[in-house]
Design a binder for this molecule. Structure first.
Ligand SMILES: Nc1nc2c(c(=O)[nH]1)N[C@H]1C(S)=C(S)[C@@H](COP(=O)(O)O)O[C@H]1N2
Ligand SMILES: [Mo]
Length: 253
């Protein structure tokens, strides 16, 4: 588990070992080696997670007729080898996780429907891990009540810890048995089936533990609740020819 990210340390292995050798020899007995190697933490904005190519922000065409894509603005593709999930804020052990480290956590899967507040819905099998597994590592403080999700397209959404620890909430890195596509939120997205799609942030860069929920991008743009629980009303499932059906509140089958 790495607790810092510095691209130099990945690219310049030779430099690193030479420096460690010299520093090691000189400072070991003084016990200051660790202090020297604690690089200043980089913010997500400074770290180059992205490749040059953009992909479409929002589409309902082609293969996406069966599962629409929603990104409030176009974003660049995330590089898997550079990406790390930053877990920050009110926790005892703020940590950077590689995708592999997340995939090594005890895994779980579920079939659930994602319901957009714009009326369509679609179903998939999602695989990933439950938040409590991550929390064994980062150990949130008692003052933490919510998590703010910072995403690759600058989308921001927050959810309270009770909803996030629900047995149906999943941090997903795979969809229908394949790694998440860029469009569906590679490398990591949140699935909370009882809440509208806008409470299911994609392309997560950072999870920040905070004392209070904050307004998300979508509930600022539209007249949508910050809680985002699915309300009784109507649905047009893409997998059922969009035939209108009545739904009760919460997770829908
Ligand atoms: N990063 C990010 N996540 C996001 C959004 C977004 O614009 N950016 N849109 C949300 C909304 S409104 C919906 S309905 C779902 C759609 O998920 P999908 O694109 O995989 O169908 O993503 C949610 N997560
Ligand atoms: Mo949505």
């Amino acid at each position: 588990m790495k607790t810092r990210f510095d691209p130099k340390f990945q690219e310049g292995k030779g430099l690193r070992s030479r420096r460690s050798f010299l520093v090691n020899a000189f400072f070991k007995s003084m016990g200051v080696l660790t202090a020297l190697f604690i690089a200043p933490r980089q913010s997500s904005a400074q770290t180059d997670f992205f490749t040059g190519t953009e992909f479409v922000g929002k589409t309902r065409k082609g293969i996406h007729e069966k599962f629409y894509i929603n990104f409030f603005e176009p974003m660049r593709r995330i590089k898997a080898d550079r990406w790390q999930l930053k877990v920050s804020g009110l926790c005892e052990q703020p940590t950077l996780f590689s995708l592999q480290e997340l995939m090594d956590l005890p895994a779980d899967s579920q079939v659930s429907r994602l319901k957009c507040v714009e009326c369509w819905s679609a179903k998939a099998q999602w695989s990933g891990f439950r938040l409590p597994e991550l929390e064994k590592r980062v150990r949130p403080l008692p003052s933490a009540k919510a998590v703010v999700f910072h995403c690759g397209d600058t989308y921001l959404e927050s959810l309270d810890l009770v909803s996030l620890r629900d047995s149906r909430s999943l941090l997903a890195y795979a969809m229908n048995g394949e790694k998440l596509s860029d469009e569906h939120g590679f490398p990591l997205r949140l699935i909370v089936p009882a809440k509208y799609g806008y409470k299911n942030p994609k392309a997560i860069l950072e999870m920040e533990y905070v004392a209070e929920s904050q307004y998300g991008t979508w509930s600022k743009i539209g007249p949508y609740s910050t809680d985002g629980t699915i309300l009784p009303g109507y649905d047009h499932p893409l997998d059922q020819n969009k035939i209108r059906r009545k739904i009760h509140g919460g997770e829908i089958p």
